[in-house]
Ligand binder design. Structure first.
Ligand SMILES: [Fe+2]
Length: 187
């Protein structure tokens, strides 16, 4: 797709956000499953519902411009979610919760940047309905980000600070082996 006009860029941004939201819809259940903290899990689950609505809003705006939702995969979001995934795999318990929040906040800020730009383009192009929908999503992302900060400050970061290194050292291989041994013992 060639980007010659601001409208082209607007559509490009909407499609990019749509790809990002769909990747988040797939990732959030995994993130909710990865935490033992009930409040954090419920924050992720609640945001999953919001994210589905956000994707629908983008569909609506693209449709109003007679554009499809088809677009290349948003690589920025792919990278952020990959980092979140490695936190799930590599971090232990309370440190994992703190790491999940950090990953989720990166995601939120990336989205906020995208939605902020898209809303501005909508305003400049006179797409008032689009601007309103994008603003609704932008506010939701901002509230989610604040909620994550509150959760991190309330206890999760402090618990992560208290978490001791596991007895067989801090290396990833050692941790992985001890996890497998624990799993086998449980059988
Ligand atoms: Fe979103």
């Amino acid at each position: 797709m060639e980007l010659e006009t601001l409208r082209d860029l607007y559509v490009h941004e909407l499609k990019d956000l749509y790809s990002a939201e769909n990747q988040i819809i797939k990732a959030l259940p995994k993130m909710a499953k990865a935490t033992k903290n009930r409040q954090l899990a419920s924050a992720f689950n609640q945001h999953l519902g919001q994210t589905r609505q956000q994707a629908k809003r983008l569909e609506k705006i693209l449709k109003s411009h007679k554009e499809s939702t088809r677009a290349p995969k948003c690589k920025g979001m792919e990278g952020l979610l990959e980092e979140g995934d490695s936190v799930i795999k590599e971090a232990e318990k309370d440190v994992r919760d703190a790491g999940l929040i950090a990953a989720a906040q990166r995601v939120e800020h990336y989205e906020m940047a995208g939605y902020g730009c898209a809303r501005t383009y909508a305003q400049l192009l006179g797409d008032r309905a689009g601007a309103r929908l994008l603003n609704t999503t932008l506010q939701e992302e901002g509230r989610t980000d604040k909620k994550l900060t509150t959760l991190a400050k309330s206890a999760i970061n402090l618990r992560a600070k208290k978490q001791k290194k596991s007895s067989n050292g801090s290396n990833g291989v050692g941790n992985a082996i001890s996890r497998i041994v624990r799993k086998l013992k449980r059988r």
